[in-house]
Design a protein around this ligand. Structure first.
Ligand code: ADP
Ligand code: MG
Length: 383
């Protein structure tokens, strides 16, 4: 079986045709909408979910992203029904679910620990929810075979979990979570026990799985790269609160707070004074008198501000030019396809710069003077 993208698309089409539809959607599950409205959860005096509101669209892939302890699992458990809310409401397809026990919510779930039954085969593990639901044997077998094929596990059907690698076991756990064709799949850091390469390949698989099954997926991770790769939208949590909900591109380019700017991607946060404002473009001056333009939301007023410049958006040159400012290299590392440079500006702030390696350009050394600049569209004024 091929692993390439073309191979995968073919496989999906093949499975879809076998299942009797040509849309590429095997299950044709239309994911549920989820409405989290002013949800609060306290553990004693500690507030783990603090007045959280979040609207999830039917069939959306949404990720809860935040550092450890920010309340991601708490929110997922409230939606799953493992925990009770103190206040607020959760609606699925417009209906309140607080009185519905976990096992009747019909959600598929995947956790960091695979939680497979060790003495059952892969087939038996995946078929378990169907047998519990009293499904007849023929349908069970067909569904299990279909689901194993989607997860590329068919050849492992008769193995037990101990005969499989961590990545394969997690794919079995995912197969078991989707075998009931759930309208909602909840995943709590399912990839964090796996090594980086495996994690990256399963990220793409889960993303494709989402397109195949059409369920709403609520995915939890503390890894910003994973969130950017996988999600339609990302909800960033900090200390029990949602601080921003946006698409990956919007979150990376236009974070609303310093916390989001620093947590998602690498960032330079430069202190400056807004000296002029024209619509969504501003003119700013940094502490050393360097004047530059930046984009911002309209709500920001003249005064002190923090400006985000991503390391890959900074241009460097050896000679000064009209809009450059000077900086002194403190470190320069050759990483193959890019150079990673740290340089101290005249304001005293250190800039992290990532630029592609250019043939013939000398490697900068510590102590060298470089001239840096960025365009208005390359920097973003934070509130
Ligand atoms: P995350 O999944 O983002 O790492 P959690 O939702 O697990 O965060 O936890 C959020 C906070 O709530 C943490 O500070 C954690 O210690 C606290 N917490 C979670 N569960 C309990 C519990 N059962 N009792 C007391 N405190 C808890
Ligand atoms: Mg957690």
């Amino acid at each position: 079986m091929t692993d390439g993208l073309a191979g995968r698309a073919e496989r999906r089409q093949h499975i879809a045709e076998q299942a009797g539809n040509s849309s590429g959607r095997v299950f044709q599950a239309i994911g549920s909408s989820i409405e989290v409205a002013n949800v609060t959860k306290r553990y004693g005096p500690f507030c783990a979910a603090d007045d959280i509101s979040l609207t999830i669209q039917p069939g959306e892939f949404i990720t809860l992203l935040g550092p450890s302890g920010s309340g991601k699992t708490t929110l997922l458990n409230l939606i799953a029904g493992f925990q009770k809310l103190d206040s607020g409401e959760i609606l699925v397809d417009g209906k309140p679910i607080h009185h519905v026990p976990t096992h009747r919510r019909g959600f598929g779930m995947v956790f960091q620990s695979y939680a497979l039954f060790p003495n059952m085969t892969v087939s038996q593990n995946v078929g378990f929810p169907l047998r519990m639901a009293g499904m007849d044997r023929e349908t069970t077998e067909r569904r299990v075979a279909e689901t194993l094929e989607i997860m590329r596990l068919s050849e492992h059907a008769l193995k037990t979990p101990s005969q499989m690698s961590g990545g394969q076991q997690q794919r079995v756990a995912i197969a078991r979570a989707i075998v009931m064709r759930p309208k909602v799949v909840l995943m709590d850091e399912p990839l964090s026990a796996l090594d980086r390469r495996l994690r990256e390949s399963i990220q793409i698989e889960i993303r494709e799985l989402h397109q195949t099954i059409g369920s709403t997926i609520l995915f939890v991770t503390h890894d910003q790269g994973e969130a950017l790769t996988m999600s339609d939208r990302i909800a960033v949590l900090d200390a029990g609160k949602i601080v921003q909900v946006a698409t990956p591109v919007e979150l990376y380019r236009h974070p609303e707070t310093r916390f989001v700017a620093s947590f998602v991607g690498e960032s330079n946060l430069i202190e400056a004074e807004i000296v002029q404002k024209r619509g969504s473009t501003m003119t700013l001056k940094n502490k050393a008198g360097y004047v530059f333009n930046a984009e911002s939301r309209n709500a920001i007023d003249v005064g002190r501000a923090t400006v985000l410049v991503r390391p890959e958006r900074i241009a460097i040159s050896n000679e000064p030019a009209s809009n450059t400012t000077q900086a002194t290299v403190t470190s320069a590392i050759f990483l193959g396809e890019i150079l990673r440079i740290e340089a101290k500006m005249e304001s005293g702030e250190t800039l992290l710069i990532r630029c592609s390696d250019i043939a013939g350009r000398a490697m900068p050394s510590p102590g060298d003077t470089i001239h840096v600049s960025w365009g208005a569209e390359d920097c973003w004024v934070l509130a």
